[in-house]
Design a protein. Sequence first.
Length: 180
Amino acid sequence: MAIRVWGEIFKVVSADYHGGGGKMSGVTHCKLRNIANGAGREHRFRADERLEEVELERRNMSFLYSDSESCYFMDPQSFEQSAVPQAMVGAAEKFLKPEMQIQVEFYQDRAVSISFPPIVDATVETTAEPIHQQQDNTLKSATLENGMEVLVPQFIAPGERIRVEVETGKYVERVQKEKK
């Protein structure tokens, strides 16, 4: 969601509610990202504060390419191209592939952000040979298909599909092969 605070519009990245105790009221701790410049900010809102919610329009678009400043998307129906600043795309840029369908968020007909899943599947390109032990709590380095390096458990082999958390780049789990 997006909110208007301090005369600017922010996208809510995450929000945690902390209930108050005794005479203290609850507060909501939010991580916000300014849609104009991509700057991050954290703030605690009291339960009695009123915020103005801003409606963002979402459109399905195809990823085209990125340069040093922006990522470019195209509307498949109108063929209209829109640029989203890399600061607003964030860590998800590493996982974008040409012709990938993504929801782009617009505010007043200006592309401001993308809606990317928090966890994605990726293929391991290179890593050391797998080791199967009783305790698999040690990690090794692996390079993914997009060139990103992550730490994975010892049992992961080259060519396997894994799930990766987009924001942190951390290994989540191995993708299970479908049984026939």
